[in-house]
Design a binder for this molecule. Structure first.
Ligand SMILES: [Fe+2]
Length: 218
């Protein structure tokens, strides 16, 4: 077992990055041969939770991203795939020390640059994975910190140049982060969180994603 979801403070991922990449590639091969991908996708999701100080964050983002995909008129089968992929959106954070993930004060410029690396690390981790859900996970993991106005990272893509699945996961990720405790602030109520999300409409977040998100969560 690679993760301990019931543990309030799970241990850091004990696997080296090359080993984690190998595990993903092994899962990729098994997924391509599997008649029933569910158990294998659950194993992939456990990898995604293994280094997160809030191990339930990925699952909540996954559920919300799947619902948002439905609101965008995407096929139900794609919404299910996006939910699986979204659980892995922060997989690249396994490269970060726990002290940085739980830091309560403001991050230095260097620390912010380190955190931003998790998107590029994910690209490397997913490497040559070819199963559609893992390719979708690679897209989401790389681009979920892009902003609608082009000021995000790692590529600075603007508007609909950022893939829609990543824009959807960005909205779900922001909502979940605002409405749950973070090391640097307590959770916000729905009203306060919604006000902030409305401010992000057309700046950080895709306006269409915000328009779909707020009726879902309020
Ligand atoms: Fe992230």
């Amino acid at each position: 077992m690679l993760a301990c979801p019931p543990c309030p403070t799970p241990p850091r991922n004990p696997f080296s990055l090359p080993r984690l990449r190998q595990r993903l590639l092994a899962l990729d091969g098994a997924l391509r041969d599997a008649a029933e991908p569910g158990p294998l996708l659950a194993r992939a999701a456990a990898l995604g939770r293994s280094g997160d100080p809030d191990p339930r964050h990925g699952r909540r983002v996954a559920a919300l991203a799947g619902a948002l995909a439905g609101k965008h008129g995407l096929p139900a089968s794609f919404a299910v795939e996006l939910a699986s992929a979204a659980e892995l959106h922060d997989l690249g954070k396994v490269v970060l020390p726990r002290s940085l993930l739980v830091k309560s004060g403001p991050l230095s410029v260097t620390e912010r640059q380190r955190v931003a690396m998790h998107t590029r690390v994910a690209t490397w981790l997913f490497g040559e994975a070819r199963h559609p859900v893992l390719r979708l996970a690679a897209t989401v993991a790389r681009s979920h910190h892009e902003r609608w106005d082009g000021g995000g990272y790692p590529d600075g893509t603007e508007g609909d140049r950022t893939p829609l699945p990543a824009r959807i996961v960005a909205g779900a990720d922001v909502w979940d982060a605002l409405t749950h405790d973070r090391p640097y602030r307590p959770e916000l109520g729905n009203g306060e969180a919604a006000a902030l999300v409305r401010q992000m409409r057309g700046t950080a977040l895709d306006p269409a994603v915000v328009d779909a998100l707020l009726p879902l969560v309020l």
